[in-house]
Write a protein that binds this ligand. Structure first.
Ligand SMILES: [Zn+2]
Length: 321
């Protein structure tokens, strides 16, 4: 009998608020607000899509999240879903810009998120879009700092990385670095290894969302291993876009000492939760390697120390069970 991946304690470090929604919740909220139903998921094996097909679906789903109650529901359901997959700690990455129009201000969105995670094994990472004006990214980074005492864990850059220049976001990341917060930009998805290097060296990234193209340059792989910058690898996020395969990349990264965590990114778009990501990785990883990945996800998380220790003990118990 293979070990049960649900019983392996793990953290989900890369999950977007809208992308975390259950399809039934997205449909229900859309109906409530009189919005059209979501476009069909454009995922077929072997078919490569541009970013826009996914962005359209994402934008439609996001338009149905309009109140603090909606945010609380989506967060609660995301954490429940993760918990059912053995996730002991979830970090939700949210660009508050998209919701601020409905809730009244960026601050109102952040406060709704922090209320939503209170009491749950989960935390909030604020993000700006790679396509945002650098001044707006600084504004959101400033909010991450302002709300750090209330539980904001870090700051990231999401969306299509080709839309911005790394050096333009140095001031935003300086703010969160000075405050000791996590720095978690998406990088190395479309752009090459140079992009990951710039995010580590210029932005002080403490983790990288995706980052598989780092394998194109052994020096960048060595940099990630030396600084122990974890990659948040989301196996189902790559095939629809025709970018690097996680199944090729994960064993190579592990062999070179790069910390690898698995995450779900947008289950609403890609249809797969945490156990599904580990099942995919199991095609190329031993249980030892899967346990190492789970332990990395916990170590690279911002979970409270006692919880982290307890979950790490659970990883050992899973492996010796
Ligand atoms: Zn993402």
């Amino acid at each position: 009998m293979p070990r049960d991946l649900r019983a392996l304690p793990k953290a989900n470090l890369h999950l977007h608020l809208t992308g975390s929604m259950r399809p039934s919740t997205a449909a229900e909220l859309a109906g409530y607000y009189g919005l059209p139903p979501l476009p069909a998921v454009p995922i077929e094996p072997g078919v490569v899509h541009g970013w826009d097909a996914f962005q359209a679906r994402y934008d439609t789903a996001r338009a149905a999240v309009r109140s603090a109650d909606d945010i609380a529901r989506v967060v609660r359901e995301a954490v429940e879903q993760d918990a059912a997959d053995g996730v002991g700690w979830t970090e939700l990455q949210v660009d508050p810009t998209s919701y601020a129009g409905w809730l009244g201000s960026l601050e109102a969105v952040v406060e709704a998120l922090l209320d939503a995670v209170r009491g749950l094994p989960a935390g909030v990472v604020l993000a700006a879009s790679w396509g945002a004006e650098p001044a707006h990214a600084e504004r959101i980074a400033g909010l991450a700092v302002k709300y750090a005492p209330d539980g904001v864990l870090g700051f990231g850059l999401s969306n299509d990385e080709r839309r911005g220049r790394v050096r333009d976001f140095v001031p935003a990341f300086r703010l969160v670095t000075d405050a000791g917060l996590g720095r978690v930009p998406h990088a190395g998805f479309y752009e090459g290894a140079w992009h990951v290097r710039e995010c580590v060296e210029l932005l002080g990234a403490t983790r990288i969302g995706h980052g598989l193209t780092s394998l194109e340059d052994p020096a960048v792989v060595a940099l990630l291993a030396e600084r122990q910058v974890a990659l948040e690898v989301c196996p189902t996020s790559y095939p629809p876009f025709g970018v690097a395969s996680a199944l090729n990349a994960v064993p190579a990264l592990l062999a070179d000492g790069v910390p690898v965590a698995l995450a779900t990114d947008d289950p609403l778009l890609f249809g797969v939760g945490m156990v599904g990501q580990y099942e995919m990785a199991r095609q190329v990883c031993s249980d030892d390697a899967l346990a190492r990945i789970a332990a990395t996800s916990l170590r690279a998380s911002h979970a409270p120390a006692a919880l982290k220790r307890q979950l790490l003990d659970g990883v050992q118990a899973w492996l010796s069970g």
